[in-house]
Write a protein of this length. Structure first.
Length: 67
């Protein structure tokens, strides 16, 4: 993998990590305020989708090595 590709993947991973943390903070705030459960569940679903994307990118950065 080229250095530029790896740098782009790392940048994208960092952006997704930040977005994941933002969703976490938003969900905690919604729970504290007493927002409706359906909205909280939708936010959690989006947060999980971001986590899945992040995992795929991290797998591309550090591929499994079969020993």
């Amino acid at each position: 993998m080229a250095d530029q590709e790896q740098a782009e993947l790392r940048l994208n991973a960092a952006r997704l990590r930040q977005e994941h943390e933002d969703y976490d903070a938003a969900i905690n705030a919604m729970i504290a305020v007493g927002c409706e459960a359906l909205r909280i569940q939708r936010m959690k679903k989006k947060k999980l989708a971001i986590k899945d994307k992040l995992s795929k990118i991290e797998d591309q950065i550090i591929p499994d090595i079969i020993a």
